[in-house]
Design a protein. Sequence first.
Lengths: 387, 272
Amino acid sequence: MSSPLKAYKRANGSWGLRNQVLILPLHSALSSTARAIADGSDGAVAISHDWSGEKDNDLARIIFTLSGYASNPNIFATIFLSIGSPEEEQIIKGAQALGLTRFTNLLLPEIGSMEKLQLEAITLANEYVKEASAQERVDAPWSSIVLGLECGGSDALSGITANPALGVASDRLVELGASSVLGETTEILGAEHLLAARAIDPAVGKKIVEMVARYEDSINYEGIDIRGAQPSRGNIEGGLSTLEEKSLGAAKKAGNAPFTGTLEFGEIPKVAGLYFMDTPGHDIEQLAGFGAGHINVVVFTSGRGTPTGSAIMPTIKVSTNTPMYVSIPDLIDLDAGTIADGIETLAQVGDRIFDEIVQVANGKLTKAERGGHHEFALSRMYKTVVR
Amino acid sequence: MTISIKGFNHGNRGVGIRSHQLILPTVICSTHVSRRIAAEVGAVTFAHQHGCAIIGDDVEGINNFFVSLADHPNVASVLAVGLGCETIQSQELAAKLLSRNKSMQYRIIQESGGVEGTIAAGVKAAYELSEAFPSAHATVAKLRVGLDLGREVSDAAALQQLLTDEGCEVVVAHSETSSAETFSKLSQENVHVIISFPSDSQPASGFPLIPVINVAGSGVLHMAIRGDFDIDENTLLSGIVELLTAVAAGTETVAEKSKSGEIRAPRVVRSA
């Protein structure tokens, strides 16, 4: 099947499904300025975060995340806002190493005040936006799609409707040569042996099991039994009884394709295939890991409904049940509840999700994009923070 | 006491020097909706990344942190906005907040018709709150001043003495790298105002709800961005009482004008 895709080709050979101009504050004190710049510009986007240059044991993880995010192929250009610290410099160098070519670092101490920084950045952002809108999409191969698989606010229907339907779409894409990445280590806990059995070789399978064990250890380290904290109260109200039940359902997002490899949080896949990435269950921290890992489109299944999205990755929301789809219409792009109601088959909904991914890849805006939802959160391990 | 401040009576929250309506997102997923509501009604809100997938001591810690924000004397009324499935259940938090202050309502996105439905319901609730709970003027009996010491300040003891002599209660906190968590801790101490001495490598920063007076040091960074600060360290002792009196009476600090101030709740455990 020849590809109907049209995308933005980047200098390093990667593909963007969007052409965003990102305002990235490298210090939390510049976050509100970043938002004001985006609001005052002709279409640039911004993220906020709460890192203020702390040099604790999460430093490397934070630098890695921001470098990866700033260089996501969905970005035409990134405007960094910085105070001039060596760590900020490291983030920018890291982003360049990962393929970012169009960027400007606006240094607060050179410009003199946040107020002036804001004005200067808006002018620059508008220039970049103008250039970005002049760039045209070109014919792109199936491998241009790097899909992220996410679920949040799961309910009893997640593992029966939306997740396996997404699995159908993921399998079709992987078969055609695209990449697909399953995240959320929390949500495969108890189902890791099933994923490992689908690894392309025993080493990959072993890695999946090890990653899950490592995650559980990092939680146990705190004296917490994660199997007591999950499923969340929202999940239980949605009809899920155990973590294993939640995991078996969550894993269905990855269909039946073999696992090509594993990825650390925010790591970029090198060859096309299906991957497992070690990310937390916190929806937004996990989306940040996907962004850093150069995923360019996300499908997010939900039983309870969520408004969240990303500044750089179009995020397609799929409901597991029709009542939720009907009650919060501006959050959800597609309804998979029709499977439970006997109106559509799994394969039919899978095909609808596949078609939607293709349309969104080609430029159709998701509801989260139209609503301007640009949530972002840094993932931290906190393990060695001593106060 | 020479500093006499006309403030706002906020009932159980105490007498504040600001009269803010707080739109409190109980989870990161509701920060965007909160921001839309706050912009519409002229209230205060902030971005944060907390409220869900928290485990262990953080569950109680972050709950308590949100309660303390909603309980702050500078707050006139609170509209809590939740998503509905997060770890911190907005109904329970709301019940806790309501038991302390009646000037409080909550809305939940999953139960209010999604984004636009919640914004419409939230705007209505916010207006109802301002109407039902107008701020009455009252005198601040004792101004609580937080000192955020992020660097060596030779006049720190003299400043503390000066403020005490002026009838203020002073709470001192030392920040390690940035002021973010120190501000959060000082907010839990119910300080009315913060005087911040960021480290020479840190910029000026703010905190929602609490005016922050940023004091510039003599380092290269602070001199380069002097406009982001309110006062210089070397003129502090002669100028602080006048500045503090003005800020307490309503003059906005630089950080308040630029609405800078993300919050970072004190955390100890990774996200699940």
